[in-house]
Design a protein around this ligand. Structure first.
Ligand SMILES: *[C@@H]1O[C@H](CO)[C@@H](O)[C@H](O)[C@H]1NC(C)=O
Ligand SMILES: *[C@@H]1O[C@H](CO)[C@@H](O)[C@H](O)[C@H]1NC(C)=O
Ligand SMILES: *[C@@H]1O[C@H](CO)[C@@H](O)[C@H](O)[C@H]1NC(C)=O
Ligand SMILES: *[C@@H]1O[C@H](CO)[C@@H](O)[C@H](O)[C@H]1NC(C)=O
Ligand SMILES: *[C@@H]1O[C@H](CO)[C@@H](O)[C@H](O)[C@H]1NC(C)=O
Ligand SMILES: *[C@@H]1O[C@H](CO)[C@@H](O)[C@H](O)[C@H]1NC(C)=O
Ligand SMILES: *[C@@H]1O[C@H](CO)[C@@H](O)[C@H](O)[C@H]1NC(C)=O
Ligand SMILES: *[C@@H]1O[C@H](CO)[C@@H](O)[C@H](O)[C@H]1NC(C)=O
Ligand SMILES: *[C@@H]1O[C@H](CO)[C@@H](O)[C@H](O)[C@H]1NC(C)=O
Ligand SMILES: *[C@@H]1O[C@H](CO)[C@@H](O)[C@H](O)[C@H]1NC(C)=O
Ligand SMILES: *[C@@H]1O[C@H](CO)[C@@H](O)[C@H](O)[C@H]1NC(C)=O
Ligand SMILES: *[C@@H]1O[C@H](CO)[C@@H](O)[C@H](O)[C@H]1NC(C)=O
Length: 694
């Protein structure tokens, strides 16, 4: 990458207000570092790096042109240039005040981050100054940050640090810095995270049951209050009030009076329904929100879009199988905008929404009946709408859509819903509705990509979330085919491998021609960071399907803090992933036991000897404005509670949480509670399971 391009990208990331607190390994263009097949010859970064051999060559050229006579200074400058290749380069080059062309040079020893030799942390900035101050450097990279200041005029292109800076203090004021909360500095060597003592695994997850309803999605009210929206698969959205932790109260949700009822538009069938909702970050001012659902064009005129099976992607819609008399692309995936304006004086006071669709954002016909994800989320640091889409169904992605850069199936999309495209723009870019394309979507660098695409190679992303403490951690669980259920960290332009890979192993499609070896080597897949084998959960039932959750950030269970929670939808098993070291993107996972709090508002004591999973099926997770985490299961809504309420040991509990449990309302019989819910939900469960798994 050229240095001007590099600067533009830095500038762009800055203007787009990316969080300066990266800790995930990320490159300056916000892509994930990738393992290079050929090792770099100039820069000392073997294995996973942000540089290609081409970048490495360019850095060598830049370095040679500097013509540095002093070998001590030369090696320091080389290490600084090569920091662009570091897996943490996004972090090294980020700053809250201005874009940087050079990494932050470690200025102090108080560092949470260490390098290979602890010697190197000893004030690297001072070392650079003392070693290089009198050394001439052609086109000095240190001259770049003089813009806006008034240094001594420079007569030639060859400069010494002393020509540019009065003193070490001046120099280190401009380039120095320390590792701090979620940021790293450069100390002359590849960044290696301080290995922290691994956290002991949590004793267990304590749950309290606060609702009986079965929901598919939950979104905290954007006004920060103790309210949240819940949606069901049939197409209703409710606004509910969440009881205080330990209050012994239940979710207040008025079944009869939904916030919005879209059941007339939503096609609810075995594999279809309302898949997600998202509230505009400025909902409290503009009242805008979005629903993602499926519709049937045979029964609703508003359900008409282009078919995702078309000649651009080598798919002939007339040859699609049409079991039970369905037409090609009869079922569509839709994102529609609604408004809470006009139903109350302020959008945040609204108890209902306007029933009329305000704007159609997206419509696309689906090739089959499964794997169409459908979750929508606003990015917390960029305000764009992320739209998760599966491969469209069938075993083994029969049309090879997930790897096809022209298809939106098997992708995560990133859309700007704050401006309306012109008709010309829609035609030129081949858009699927009323949205525009963020200027830094990856198609800018890869012209083969459809402009909506943020990542490719997904199979059926089933529940994604942004870590509320670290927005660069965009986590997605992706359901597997035959062997492995995975959790990915989603990064710009990343290829998560499907259907070349399932998890980390090569996948052989059953019918379509197998991939040739050139295809395998032409992709650089990003492998999952967590997951489990089907054999871990399918002892009895033979199948598995992952449900992604959240990084736990509430204080309610301090022993769960900072761990990523996920579950198997079908087996009712749960896991916690602990990142170790923190900031490394590497996780240690353990299956965690869970239990029902003794004083749960609705009794949820597990039925001894029951063959059904204790909670029923775990469809989804939710997070409220206090960062408390919820499980949306077929049997009801559960909240993670204080561990002591389940007699789990957590030594940190009393230190950080001094609330005393309130007496719970007297619970009904547990056995009745569970069998009752199961009968009512049997059909929905089976069908839902089919949708996600098959
Ligand atoms: C990188 O790998 C190459 C070949 O494996 C080796 O020759 C070189 O010394 C390595 N460089 C570093 C800095 O580890
Ligand atoms: C690692 O971090 C801990 C706590 O922040 C600190 O006490 C320790 O000195 C660090 N170790 C290294 C090698 O930097
Ligand atoms: C650099 O030059 C200054 C002033 O001429 C001198 O005091 C200092 O010792 C020199 N430093 C080195 C490392 O040569
Ligand atoms: C200094 O750099 C400028 C622009 O890069 C170039 O035109 C000029 O020839 C250079 N001068 C010397 C003395 O190298
Ligand atoms: C770096 O250290 C110098 C003193 O050596 C100090 O003046 C300067 O403020 C420090 N810079 C930063 C960014 O911490
Ligand atoms: C993973 O966690 C287990 C249980 O706490 C621990 O024994 C093991 O050392 C951890 N592994 C790593 C790589 O941290
Ligand atoms: C809602 O009202 C606000 C304030 O009047 C306005 O800015 C916004 O565009 C309206 N939103 C919709 C979706 O009509
Ligand atoms: C699909 O069904 C329609 C109507 O039922 C029928 O006319 C058409 O021939 C069928 N197409 C295929 C490929 O089976
Ligand atoms: C844009 O939104 C309007 C209003 O909902 C709708 O009539 C139109 O069809 C949409 N355009 C596209 C391309 O979806
Ligand atoms: C799958 O798609 C990729 C990308 O379009 C292509 O390179 C590959 O050849 C395709 N595989 C098959 C078997 O069609
Ligand atoms: C926490 O406090 C409660 C009430 O004071 C006490 O019953 C419980 O044993 C304490 N738990 C721990 C782990 O110290
Ligand atoms: C939840 O279901 C149980 C068992 O059917 C019932 O006793 C209880 O009243 C229900 N609670 C609510 C809030 O509907």
């Amino acid at each position: 990458m050229g240095s001007s391009q590099f600067l533009i990208i830095l500038l762009l990331s800055f203007l787009l207000n990316f969080c300066p607190c990266y800790s995930l390994p990320l490159c300056t263009d916000s892509r994930a570092p990738l393992p290079e097949k050929t090792s770099l010859t100039f820069c000392p970064y073997n294995g996973t790096s942000c540089c290609s051999p081409g970048d490495d060559k360019q850095l060598k050229t830049q370095f040679d042109a500097m013509n540095i006579a002093d070998s001590g200074c030369a090696s320091l400058v080389k290490s600084i240039l090569c920091a662009k290749c570091d897996q943490f380069s996004a972090d090294l080059f980020s700053t809250s005040s201005a874009p940087r062309q050079l990494p932050i040079l470690c200025n102090s020893t108080t560092s949470a981050i260490s390098t290979q030799s602890s010697q190197a942390t000893n004030d690297f900035c001072t070392k650079v100054w003392t070693t290089c101050q009198n050394v001439s450097i052609m086109s000095s990279p240190f001259a770049a940050s003089l813009k806006g200041q008034a240094p001594t005029p420079v007569k030639s292109n060859s400069t010494k640090l002393t020509d540019l800076w009065q003193s070490q203090n001046d120099f280190c004021n401009a380039f120095g810095g320390a590792s701090g909360d979620g940021s790293v500095c450069f100390a002359g060597e590849p960044v290696i995270l301080n290995t922290t003592r691994p956290l002991s695994p949590p004793g267990g997850l304590c749950l309290e049951k606060i609702g009986n309803g079965s929901y598919l999605d939950m979104a905290a009210h954007p006004d920060g209050s103790n309210r949240a929206f819940f949606t069901n698969q049939q197409g209703k959205i409710w606004l509910a009030t969440i009881p205080d932790v330990d209050s012994g109260k239940m979710l207040e949700l008025d079944e009869a009076n939904p916030f919005l009822d879209l059941t007339d538009e939503v096609h609810f069938d075995t594999q279809f329904g309302m898949m997600g909702i998202a509230f505009h970050p400025k909902f409290s001012q503009n009242g805008r929100f979005f629903a993602s659902f499926n519709c049937d064009k045979q029964s609703w005129a508003g359900c008409a879009g282009r078919c995702s099976c078309n000649s651009d992607v080598d798919c002939d819609p007339s040859k699609l199988p049409n079991d039970s008399g369905t037409r090609p692309c009869q079922f569509q995936t839709v994102i529609a905008e609604f408004t809470a304006n006009g139903t109350a004086s302020q959008p945040s006071e609204a108890k209902t929404a306007g029933p009329k669709e305000v704007r159609r954002i997206f419509t696309m016909g689906l090739p089959f009946t499964g794997h169409h994800g459908g979750q929508i989320l606003f990015g917390p640091s960029d305000g764009y709408l992320y739209f998760m889409m599966g491969d469209g169904g069938g075993t083994g992605d029969p049309y090879n859509f997930s790897q096809n850069k022209k298809s939106l199936l098997g992708k995560i999309m990133r859309l700007d819903v704050d401006s309306t495209p012109s008709a010309a723009e829609i035609t030129k870019l081949g858009l699927w509705g009323n949205y525009t394309i963020p200027k830094d979507n990856p198609y800018i660098e890869d012209k083969e990509l459809q402009p909506e695409i943020w990542t490719l190679g997904m199979r059926n992303p089933w529940r994604c979330s942004f870590d509320s403490a670290r927005p660069s951690y965009f986590m997605c669980a992706d359901t597997g085919q035959d062997h492995y259920e995975e959790v990915d960290i989603i990064t710009k332009g990343g290829n998560y491998g499907w259907r070349i890979y399932e998890g980390t192993r090569l996948f052989t499609p059953p019918k379509s021609p197998a991939e040739n070896t050139s295809m395998i080597s032409s992709i650089n897949p990003i492998f999952p960071v967590m997951g489990y084998n089907h054999s871990d959960v399918n002892k009895n039932e033979g199948s598995a399907s992952i449900t992604g959750g959240y990084f736990y950030r509430s204080t309610t269970d301090p022993c769960m803090s900072g761990r990523y929670l996920y579950a198997d939808l079908y087996a009712g098993a749960m896991w916690a992933g602990t990142e170790s070291p923190e900031g490394s993107g590497t996780f240690n996972t353990t299956e965690i036991p869970f239990n029902c709090a003794g004083n749960s508002p609705i009794n949820c004591a597990f039925v001894p000897g029951s063959t059904v999973p204790a909670l029923g099926y775990i469809f989804s997770y939710g997070e409220d404005n206090n960062k408390d985490v919820y499980l949306l299961a077929s049997s009801g809504v559960y909240r993670v509670a204080r561990p002591s309420r389940c007699k789990y040991t957590c030594s940190k509990e009393n230190a950080t949480d001094i609330a005393t449990p309130a007496p719970a309302t007297s619970p009904p019989s547990a056995a009745v509670a569970f069998t009752g819910s199961y009968k009512n939900l049997a059909v929905l469960l089976l069908s839902f399971w089919l949708m996600v798994v098959s």
